[in-house]
Design a protein around this ligand. Structure first.
Ligand SMILES: [Zn+2]
Length: 324
């Protein structure tokens, strides 16, 4: 397959949708580059976003300090310059306002953009939230998808479960994104990634057991999910899908779906937009009804901008103090 033209692939998805591992699998190619959740480098909103450690776990790595210095508008051109062999960059920042503004800038500069959305069903997402003792999966699922439908024009969806269980799906994803596929591409730990931030349970596979990176991600992963050390070791460097086995959670999610039509309508639409074109049911769903209304979209954009602005300066000051 030809990959002459440079392109940026934006991954969309709610929190805990599997975007970090999806990002690194797509970028597992000598011509690919995984950015991870790079928007947080420019808009830090958590303490660990200042002076971050690169996914390559090398303290001397200069990739992100250079990218930061050159600014967000030059982010992808900085990467293309630093890595001349790279033809496509995968960005799993997921933030819809980031995707929208970066796409606008890239298209103006003649760089192709592609969009793919990875999703978990309401039950799977509710389970991921429960594991982390978090509430609010329903709001996250509804708001994120409605914002995404408003912000992103052309996209295809991929269900997390299908992607982890069926290797053929990766082939279809590569064909849609017009990037090369090869057997074994899913073993993303075979490549050195500079991926920034993202999910510890996906990043732990990058590191050898007993390395600093493995220990760091394992501590985060174990602490958050309550996973034991042997459990983490067993699944190291493997891709697996764990079905939800919790009847009370299933009952509560089914009840919520019954009460909120938007949940099932979004699910139909995501199936309809699936990369493998497996369902025709969603054509009855009007996407315009599911898109976040413009006024609410702008309000969220404004609120997000204000919060990002506040946090950006707070963390910039922290970054400055740390380096002086
Ligand atoms: Zn690095």
């Amino acid at each position: 397959m030809k990959t002459k033209m440079k392109k940026v692939i934006f991954i969309g998805g709610t929190s805990y949708s599997g975007s970090t591992f999806f990002d690194m699998i797509l970028a597992n190619d000598p011509r690919g580059f995984s950015c991870g959740e790079v928007h947080a480098l420019f808009n830090p909103y958590r303490p660990h976003h200042i002076n971050p450690l690169c996914g390559c776990a090398d303290n001397r790595c200069q990739v992100w300090s250079r990218a930061l210095k050159n600014g967000k508008k030059n982010l992808y051109s900085t990467i293309f310059k630093l890595f001349p062999e790279v033809r496509f960059i995968v960005d799993s920042s997921k933030n819809v306002f980031w995707i929208k503004s970066q796409t606008k800038h890239l298209l103006r500069n003649g760089i192709e953009c592609r969009n793919v959305l990875i999703w978990k069903s309401p039950l799977e997402l509710a389970c991921s939230f429960r594991k982390r003792n978090q509430i609010g999966w329903e709001k996250e699922w509804l708001v994120y998808h409605r914002l995404y439908f408003k912000a992103v024009e052309s996209w295809k969806a991929i269900r997390y479960r299908d992607f982890t269980m069926n290797k053929e799906v990766l082939k279809n994803v590569c064909a849609y994104l017009a990037i090369p596929y090869f057997p074994g591409k899913e073993n993303y730990w075979e490549k050195k990634h500079h991926t920034l931030f993202g999910n510890a349970s996906a990043k732990i596979h990058l590191y050898k057991k007993d390395s600093v990176g493995y220990k760091r991600e394992g501590e985060t992963f174990g602490k958050i999910l309550g996973r034991s050390h042997s459990n983490i070791e067993e699944t190291h460097k493997s891709i697996y899908y764990k079905p939800v086995d919790d009847q009370s959670l299933e009952d509560s999610v089914t009840q919520k779906i019954r009460l909120n039509i938007h949940l099932s309508e979004i699910m139909k639409l995501l199936n309809y937009r699936d990369i493998s074109d497996r369902s025709s049911d969603g054509h009855t769903v009007e996407i315009s009804k599911l898109r976040m209304p413009l006024i609410l979209f702008k309000m969220r954009a404004g609120k997000g901008l204000f919060i990002r602005w506040l946090k950006k300066y707070k963390y910039r000051i922290m970054r400055y103090l740390k380096t002086t």
